[in-house]
Design a protein around this ligand. Structure first.
Ligand code: ATP
Length: 514
């Protein structure tokens, strides 16, 4: 805060003391998120007019007191200050029984409510990618990836593991800034980590093989695996490893990255669940085959991220140095990115659900009144498409998983006996991946029962009932758009490395020191 000059009144108010203000200082505008730990609202600071995000801390189980996850999130966010990490502005409270966004008292048994007040971000990456017809350009993907890696590098240097990197936790504003959010599963670690950590973290699709094989000592490499999955997803147009159970997740990983052995991952045979989760026959790495359409530098970087052995996986810092970010087309300037109508995963899911209901109602009507379709009534409208609303077909890449997920086939996806029976309950949700577990607890080996060979139940499942991604495949890459506000061509023209619009010179790009 700037100090007032001599003789002048300091008209700037000091920042509010955390927890001293009431949530009534804000007007709730709309719900934008529904997390495991509570709802997220877009809200307006009544006094200043500033738009913020209010994340309500769920206190369902009041006997357990203030949730440890919220304490962790607040503690960690208080120490992280970086342009690619979400800014926690303050904590506010509500003194009495809360009401939901329709004004009805909500079911929260706790009398008062506690909210985290964040800077507001217009989108999350999943919501943005799920926009019908959304295509990201290569400079745009580079720009997002670079910001993701910069934010993560900052966390890792500050000895924080995020432990839940996924699209819906990457928030993007209309200035093109990307920020890491949701530190509910994050934790501090030290390089000489002696204690055991839980391996039931990170949403299943983004969970690395070491956690799936039972590692309880791990480091920043776990987040880098998730980054690799996001990177490939951005280039590929859809999630690359959508497993429904831990067993199936490992199968998918082995099929893509090859099966682990003492050659490619020294020490792997000593991992707690290696024997139970072993591939019955060696599988070759196929990353290059499967993603041969990716450009050379993208593939090179992806190969270094999706390395089975965490000790050989590329770090965020080294990834930022990769040729990919320093060759044409260069990452674009975030400010040059197009602005989009606000899109959060919660909202896009809601829209999809509404569309499905429309479709079902229309089908029902058709069955009940088949004649009407042929006679005087106009042609039936499907899913509101005729109104310009998007339509998501349920093609092979867009399955609608409404029932319980199929069990891992006895012979594994490739027809051979991979593992023992699928382990644990852990049913995948619908289109959304099972999340990293909270109930497994931190450092909580005893609850996990890992040595027993069966997985503890998933505690942080995704509660969503949404359908598939859009016909465009969500993250589809559009043709390079070099005219995008100076993202390529003219401004950064010439081949090879150039002035990187996002970060100045290579190796000096982070703007802070380790
Ligand atoms: N600062 C913010 N600005 C705008 N939207 C936000 C903000 N924080 C969160 N959201 C929205 O709310 C959603 C849920 O938020 P968050 O991930 O922090 O909650 P959570 O309870 O931990 O969720 P989850 O169980 O999915 O991990 C996000 O995916 C995002 O769409």
């Amino acid at each position: 805060m700037a100090a007032a000059a001599f003789g002048q009144l300091n008209l700037e108010e000091p920042p509010p003391i955390w927890g001293s203000r009431s949530v009534d200082c804000f007007e709730k505008l709309e719900q934008i998120g529904e997390g495991t730990y509570g709802q997220v609202y877009m809200a307006k600071d009544i006094k200043t007019g500033e738009i913020v995000a209010l994340k309500k801390i769920r206190m369902d189980n009041e006997r357990e007191g203030f949730p440890i996850t919220a304490i962790r999130e607040i503690k960690i966010l208080k120490k992280l200050h970086h342009e690619n990490v979400i800014h926690l502005k303050e904590i506010v409270t509500s003194p009495g029984r809360d009401s939901d966004d329709q004004g009805k008292p909500d079911n929260n048994k706790y009398k008062g409510g506690i909210y985290m007040v964040f800077e507001y971000m217009d989108h999350d990456l999943t919501g943005l990618s799920d926009r019908p017809g959304q295509k990201f350009t290569i400079p745009q993907i580079k720009c997002y990836m670079k910001q993701l890696l910069t934010g993560l590098h900052y966390c890792h240097v500050n000895q924080v593991l995020h432990r839940d990197i996924k699209g819906s936790n990457l928030l993007i504003d209309n200035e093109g800034n990307l920020k890491l959010a949701d530190f509910g599963l994050a934790r501090s670690y030290s390089h000489d980590h002696t204690g055991n950590l839980t391996n039931r973290v990170i949403t299943l699709w983004y969970r690395p093989p070491e956690l799936l094989l039972g590692a309880t000592k791990y480091g920043p490499a776990i987040d880098m695996w998730s980054v690799g999955c996001i990177f490939a997803e951005l280039l590929n147009g859809k999630p690359i490893l959508p497993g429904k159970t831990e067993g199936e997740q490992l199968t998918k990983i082995y099929e893509l990255c090859g099966s682990p052995d003492e050659n490619n991952w020294p020490g792997v045979s000593k991992m707690p669940w290696y024997n139970q989760m072993k591939s019955p026959r060696p599988l070759k790495r196929r990353v290059r085959d499967i993603y041969k359409n990716f450009d050379r530098h993208a593939l090179e970087l992806l190969e270094k991220m999706l390395v089975l052995d965490p000790s050989q996986r590329i770090s965020a810092k080294d990834a930022l140095d990769a040729e990919y970010f320093w060759t044409d087309p260069l990452p674009c300037d975030p400010k040059s990115l197009p602005t989009y109508e606000s899109s959060h995963e919660f909202q896009t899911k809601k829209k999809r659900q509404q569309m499905r209901h429309h479709e079902e109602a229309a089908k029902k009507q058709k069955l009940q009144h088949p004649q009407q379709q042929h006679s005087r009534l106009p042609q039936q409208q499907h899913g509101g498409q005729s109104h310009g609303a998007p339509h998501w077909p349920a093609g092979p890449n867009h399955p609608i998983h409404n029932g319980p997920p199929p069990q891992l086939p006895a012979g594994g996806p490739s027809g051979h006996q991979y593992y023992q029976k699928p382990r644990g309950g852990a049913p995948g949700p619908n289109r959304f991946p099972p999340s990293g577990n909270q109930s497994g607890g931190y450092n909580n080996q005893s609850r996990g029962g890992y040595s027993s060979g069966s997985y503890p139940p998933q505690g942080r499942g995704a509660p969503y009932g949404a359908g598939p991604r859009g016909p465009s495949g969500g993250y589809g890459v559009g043709p390079p758009n070099y005219s995008q506000g100076g993202s390529g061509g003219g401004q950064y023209g010439g081949s090879g490395r150039g002035q990187n619009p996002m970060g100045g010179a290579r190796n000096q790009q982070y703007g802070w020191h380790q």
